[in-house]
Design a protein around this ligand. Structure first.
Ligand code: GLU
Length: 298
């Protein structure tokens, strides 16, 4: 009988898959298989400047070669910008987003002038210049055609989901290894600051789309690399803002090379398709990734 467990693998088609991707996909697939649940593949291709359809096709091809299968149709995020716009609109109507006109250079200059910047999970935390623009000024700059990103007013967002409702506050999420985690306002405000939820050139962001789609697709267990552990705090806040269900999380270690460096597409990780062309078998790939080849279809 099928269980309620739904896992997913959500690669971005910015290059060919390597051993690290095989490992991540294998873990998601195995967790679904072991629980007699469902496994989905989702293509996270909102960054149309870096993602390519031929890489998407290669993902299907490489994962099939490894023996994995998933439910069809596969969701391609680039086909769903209208849905992400609805989510953004809901935040905007609650006054939780503001337009940010800053360029990367301006932000760097601002940080340099301040002498220091609090360092968060994703680099320097945005100093918040555009948060203080008046409504008139914003309207003027938008009318003048200036490009802008949309940032989440983090303090306001925490306030919005928070203190008055003791049942949901503080926010928590469950990591299989690390146990229960608290996504506290301090951590969100200091660790992330006002994150970008829609970029200047792309009307959405990874954080928004991944959380939106995990909810939409009924994912109950998110398996992904430990590099995204901190991001889960932010994802938990987004879930609370939208009233989305909260999946369980299992963050797995990232595969590293002999020198201990994380495998990366352009550096030290041969593409799966090159391994395949060199005669390496799927079983050998699983073995090398540290997963039991016998657990996967031949
Ligand atoms: N698309 C992300 C990546 O390729 C993974 C997102 C996730 O698993 O949450 O790194």
């Amino acid at each position: 009988m099928q269980s309620d467990i739904v896992t997913r693998c959500a690669p971005s088609p910015t290059g060919y898959l390597h051993l690290g991707h095989a490992y991540a996909a294998g873990i998601g697939w195995l967790r679904a298989r072991q629980a007699a649940g469902r496994f989905l593949l989702r293509i996270e291709d909102i960054d149309t400047t870096r993602c390519r359809p031929d890489f998407t096709r290669a993902i299907f091809d490489d994962l099939h070669w490894l023996g994995l299968s998933w439910e069809e149709p596969v969701r391609l995020q680039s086909e769903h910008f209208a849905e992400y716009a609805v989510a953004l609109d809901s935040l905007q109507r609650r006054g939780l987003l503001y337009p940010c006109f800053c360029t990367r250079k301006q932000i760097q200059a601002e940080i340099a002038a301040a002498g220091h910047a609090p360092h968060g999970f994703e680099g320097a935390v945005y100093p918040g210049n555009c948060r203080h623009l008046s409504a008139d000024k914003r309207a003027q700059r938008i009318a003048a055609g200036e490009a802008y990103a949309l940032r989440l007013d983090m303090a306001a967002a925490c306030q919005h989901v928070g203190p008055s409702n003791s049942k949901t506050w503080p926010l928590h999420w469950q990591d299989e290894d690390a146990g229960q985690q608290a996504a506290t306002p301090e951590l969100l405000v200091q660790g992330f600051g006002d994150v970008v939820l829609a970029r200047k050139e792309i009307p959405a962001s990874y954080h928004l789309c991944v959380t939106h789609d995990d909810a939409l697709q009924g994912i109950t267990l998110v398996t992904r690399g430990s590099d995204l552990f901190a991001a889960t705090h932010l994802h938990r806040l987004l879930q609370a803002l939208f009233g989305w269900p909260v999946p369980a999380y299992a963050h797995h270690p990232l595969l590293v090379d002999d020198t201990g460096e994380r495998l990366a597409k352009r550096k030290n990780a041969p593409a799966l398709r090159d391994l395949r062309a060199a005669g390496v078998t799927p079983a050998a790939v699983w073995q090398q990734a540290g997963l039991d080849p016998a657990a996967f279809p031949k």
